[in-house]
Design a protein around this ligand. Sequence first.
Ligand code: FAD
Length: 469
Amino acid sequence: MNQTQLVVIGGGPGGYAAAFLAADLGMQTTLVDMNPNPGGVCLYRGCIPSKALLHVAKLLDEAHEAANIGIKFAEPEIDFDRVREWKESVVNKMTGGLGQLVKARKINYIRGRARFTSATEVEIESESGPQKLTFEHAILATGSRPVKIPTFDIGSERIMDSTTALELKDIPENLLVVGGGYIGLELSSVYAAMGSKVTVVEMLPGLLMQTDRDLVKILEGNLLPKLHKVLLETKVVSVEEVENGIKVRFEGANVAEPEQVFDKVLVSVGRTPNSQDIGLENTKIQPDKRGFVAVDAQRRTVEPTIYAIGDIAGDPMLAHKASHEGRIAVEAIAGHKVAYEPAAIPAVVFTDPEIAWTGLTEMQAEKEGRKVTVARFPWAASGRATTLDRSDGLTKILVDPETERVLGVAIVGPGAGELISEGTLAIEMAALASDIKMTIHPHPTLSETVMESAEVIFGQATHIYRPKK
Ligand code: FAD
């Protein structure tokens, strides 16, 4: 077959969601990816393996924490080969399942690397040699890769990025994590739980600098004691391979020891879109200076035949944003009246405790000079949190002071990621704080904290006394 109605380039959560919907809508669909099955970064080397390892970290941490309530376990014995095998089995189960769905939907899956030769043709380099494919529509979903910084480019196996860190080749005694963003902190948590002495270095004055500080402070309360050190406002200026490690030179305001040796260094300083080497020069598409491809509300690029979705189409670089865009692009191709205009995109940091937010954040409101009413419900007043011995959480809600419309919800605490969708739905449905307040939530659950944060707005939260000002 050398022509297709729709070709989707890249089989990540953006690309496969798009291809699956296109097939469901009856389009003749081709999906191209270099991996044996769809899944992309998210399933092979991102969301899924990192969350599998964070589950292992959680088990280890909980076994320790059980001592607080009178249960003592012996020091855990970790069979790293088995952990690695289990993590791989999770990835294989998920990607294999997607492979089956490709077949069930009769999608033409080509394992190879695609390049545009024009706005209606791609060339695909595969094991069986190059092949050309003409298309009516294309969706570009090539995703992103870790940013590489020349300082760390010394060709040493001791320097890892998120992909190699997730391979879990060994557990270094001393690990330096460069970057205090969400990926750096999630992987720090994994390695710390498995026994590494983890130092985090961050150039900015705090961890997770895009996140409301009250949430980060609560995370720090639990995370910092598990880490060896966090060096803020500190830069790595050079690295050098020495006999038994990597000698790192730091520069910064509070550096007590400017030179230290680590067994391994994990560089996690952001991601960059895969917009090079895909033949965009043979189309009218010109990526911006960060490498993103501009799209309109239907996710159409300047080439009417080519759409772009997911990490390559801009921030936030998150799997669920990619899939949502993928479905919008396909519906637009199918002629449906659709637009990408989310009122809220949830984000979750899967540390312990988790941090999740959706819609407007306090930081953003402040930056935009927007007046909001903010209500906080501390988990110390939650029955469920107390039964879990985890009263360190917080749920907050941001509402418009005039209309009482819910603008944002943020949660920090175990399971915050599972709880945040109620906030997203509230924002999408233009709910008022009173709608959440009037909705019966099951007791005893952490979800009640969302209801009680709405009650705080009216000075009527059952479990805390905070009169309306
Ligand atoms: P990708 O998933 O990047 O997939 C792109 C695919 O395109 C790849 O399979 C690639 O091989 C293929 N490709 C590239 N070029 C070509 C070509 N020329 N021809 C054919 N195929 C090509 N996001 C979350 O929402 N939640 C999380 O918990 C989360 N955790 C993460 C943890 C880590 C460690 C990392 C690295 C990322 C994490 N992310 C998370 C981000 C998430 O993985 C990405 O936002 C998401 O994968 C983007 O999806 P995508 O469809 O745009 O592309």
